[in-house]
Design a protein around this ligand. Structure first.
Ligand code: 13P
Ligand code: SF4
Length: 458
């Protein structure tokens, strides 16, 4: 639920997540009927004024099913504004800075991790305030081990691998996995790749069925390209918040304001949005796709403002960008790049174009996920700082042996990609579901845009 709240916060208009503390477990304060609870402090960059932000937070809490009947009773989710840079207010429903933030260990622990030197209303820094509070038992949840640390014995994994491979053979299934998938899922797949590579595999396969270990728009794209065989997504909940940021209605409105504009949509969109787009692209071929639009034509690019602006600049074109973004890549900040460069001065910085433009500006190379593998293999450096989802580190370590890879941030875990687990892949093969389908009328329209995407090279 904390993940969901965080994602929804990051998906608010003109808002992005800058960074987040680790998770902290706090012993209950409200009596024996309460469970331990989890806390986290996040830093958000937003153009929303405090009251609008508060209203949005209330909506998020309500959507997540917060218990609102008993004001002081147990609450399933509680999101507070602790601090709003340059702003303070003391009103009944909104007090910022939060009046009790200096009294609570469960607030100060994550806050001091995130911003130890933040000067609080008492004049103490968050770190100093933390040393002054006792009482409550608060402990940090250990970070997830990085993919390179997690190569322990995989006994049950290997049994599952064997069963998955046996079933895939028996049923004539091909297993495709995106580069961000868990290492054990990548290891069981027939092909691992970026969105473009996987779309091409899905279009070309002669298998009876495709098991797509990725997110919904990827499986949908496979279903658009190859309607004659079922495409199975092992967890239907694996969506993409960026893809959800653009809808048909909004895009049609924008299109009406720019009649004659060519609509280029990132593959990270729904089939319905693809159906009203002229051409799709992935991060691997966005520059070439933009270049392919006849000069003199206006271009609308959806939904990723970062990929859109970067690709347009590279292509020497001007585009109208939709204001979508990836909440996971948005977690990488300029300070992460500066810190990582200081720690590894000989390393090159390689980032995905979904990163924020100030991060992209500091990079030595901007590549799609498979482009990163090619770049690091051909380049002559020995060490790289990687700005993308953490699954990529495993992939790079495996495909480019002998070189060192460090993530720019430990926070960049796409929760949707990570929904796909080995046991879900196994169940998907056993049950031959859940199948992702696209309504034929939409599929036929979307196919035109997707086919052009598959044809244009990186
Ligand atoms: P790639 O096409 O580079 O694999 O990226 C897909 C994606 O969703 C990145 O967040
Ligand atoms: Fe979507 Fe970002 Fe996850 Fe890629 S990393 S699937 S863009 S949320």
């Amino acid at each position: 639920m904390l993940w969901q709240a965080r994602q929804r916060l990051a998906a608010l208009p003109e808002t992005s997540l800058v960074r987040a503390s680790g998770l902290y477990v706090t012993a209950p304060v409200g009596g024996p009927d309460q469970d331990d609870y989890l806390n986290q402090v996040v830093e958000v960059r937003t153009a929303l004024p405090p009251r609008e932000l508060l209203a949005a937070i209330h909506r998020i809490e309500a959507e997540l099913g917060r218990e609102r009947l008993v004001r002081w009773g147990p609450r399933s989710i509680d999101v507070d504004i602790l601090w709003y840079d340059g702003f303070s207010i003391t009103e009944a429903d909104l007090e910022v800075p939060h009046p009790r933030m200096e009294e609570r260990r469960f607030v100060l622990e994550p806050l001091a991790e995130l911003a130890p030197d933040l000067v609080l209303p008492s004049g103490r820094t968050a770190k100093q305030a933390l040393s002054g509070v006792g009482g409550q038992t608060v402990s940090r949840v250990p970070d997830k081990p990085s993919p390179s640390q997690s190569r322990g014995p995989k006994l049950d994994h290997s049994a599952m691998h064997a069963e998955i491979r046996r079933l895939a053979k028996e049923k004539g299934a091909v297993i495709l996995a995106h580069n961000y998938q868990r290492s054990e899922v990548q290891d069981v797949a027939d092909f691992v790749g970026d969105s473009l590579g996987l779309s091409r595999q899905a279009a070309a396969t002669t298998a009876n069925m495709t098991v797509f270990c990725g997110v919904h728009f990827m499986a949908e794209t496979a279903a658009i390209l190859a309607p004659d065989r079922p495409v199975i997504l092992p967890d239907e909940e694996a969506g993409c918040p960026m893809a959800d940021m653009v809808d048909v209605e909004g895009l049609e409105e924008l299109r009406a304001e720019h009649p004659g504009a060519v609509v280029v949509s990132y593959v990270n969109t729904s089939a319905a949005v693809k159906a009203i787009s002229d051409i799709c692209c992935t991060s691997a071929n966005a520059v070439n796709i933009i270049r392919s639009v006849p000069k003199g034509k206006e271009i609308i690019f959806t939904p990723d403002r970062n990929l859109g602006s970067w690709a347009a600049q590279k292509a020497g074109r001007w585009v109208i960008v939709w204001p979508g973004f990836c909440p996971t890549h948005g977690l990488i900040g300029v300070d992460d790049v500066e810190e990582a460069k200081a720690a590894h001065p000989n390393a090159k910085v390689v980032v995905h174009p979904e990163c924020e433009s100030d991060v992209v500006a500091l990079a030595d190379a901007v590549e799609s996920t498979s482009g990163m593998i090619r770049f690091c293999r051909e380049d002559d450096a020995r060490e790289y700082l990687i700005g993308t989802e953490l699954g990529m580190i495993y992939r790079l370590e495996k495909d480019v042996p002998g070189k060192k890879f460090y993530p720019l941030s430990q926070l960049t875990v796409c929760p949707n990609m990570k929904l796909i687990t080995l046991d879900k892949v196994l169940r998907a093969l056993q049950t031959e579901g859940p199948v992702v389908t696209v309504e034929e009328e939409i599929r036929v329209k979307a196919l035109l845009a997707v086919q052009r995407m598959v044809e244009v090279g990186a």
